[in-house]
Design a protein around this ligand. Structure first.
Ligand SMILES: [Zn+2]
Length: 247
């Protein structure tokens, strides 16, 4: 569908970008994204995706907003306390840009539900706060042949990679170990709000660039971010021949 007059104004700065233009904007408006998590990473990721004019964003999260979340989860404010996060997120994101259809699911994802959620989607972005979910998103992306981006943060440090099934290394190629044995009850990690701010924003960027097929995304690369000494290191990673992604 051609852009409306209002859309031509709203997205004017993207339309004059040589990398995006009207064709690119139309692609963004048609894209359907699945985002797992609506916390520290999920807040900026969803806000930038919606502001950029993503067509449909499905957000999955089971949490209620607590006071200790507000230091980094910038979708929310004091009036959101004790409310279901995805419900507040939907209100906030609808207010930002009505071009994006926001679908919310208050639930935890598991092996079965994620396959249902992924149907018809163009991309999965992991904004969860635990390793178990990151492996689950990775495996579902491979199974369903849908690209995904996974990020993690701790304190002033973060890492992010993008997985292109059958073509690039996956999360398991890089992070070995059995997620089943990882502790279910994870201790709260230290984190300065800016860290998920930076990494969640980079996740939105990976989604947008992948949808538009422009530039270089973090396929076969792990970006290690150290915000204490301000280093961004792109580490090449390889598909592991014994990994599930090579079968
Ligand atoms: Zn792999």
């Amino acid at each position: 569908m051609p852009l409306s007059e209002e859309q031509k104004i709203r997205y004017a700065r993207q339309l004059i970008s040589q990398e995006i233009g009207e064709k690119g904007q139309e692609k963004l408006l048609k894209s359907k994204i699945l985002q797992i998590g609506a916390g520290g990473l999920g807040s900026p990721c969803s806000m930038y995706l919606v502001a950029a004019g993503i067509g449909e964003l499905t957000i999955v999260d089971n949490d209620i907003l607590e006071l200790s979340n507000l230091q980094r989860q910038i979708l929310y404010d004091d009036s959101s306390l004790n409310r279901v996060k995805v419900e507040v997120a939907k209100e906030r994101l609808n207010d930002m840009n009505s071009d994006t259809q926001i679908i919310i699911k208050k639930m935890y994802v598991d092996d079965k539900s994620i396959d249902e959620l992924i149907k018809g989607k163009d991309y999965i972005v992991d904004c969860s706060d635990n390793a178990k979910t990151k492996f689950l998103v990775n495996d579902a992306a491979l199974r369903n042949n849908v690209k995904c981006t996974i990020a993690g943060v701790k304190d002033f440090y973060g890492q992010i990679m993008t997985i292109n099934p059958k073509k690039s290394a996956c999360y398991r190629c890089v992070f070995f170990g059995e997620p089943e044995k990882l502790t279910i009850k994870e201790e709260p990690l230290p984190v300065i709000g800016v860290t998920p701010g930076v990494l969640g924003t980079l996740e939105a960027l990976e989604v947008i660039k992948s949808i538009l097929n422009i530039g270089e995304t973090l396929e076969n690369n792990l970006l290690m971010v150290n915000l204490l000494n301000m280093s961004f290191d792109k580490i090449p990673v390889q598909r592991h021949e014994k990994c599930i992604c090579s079968k």
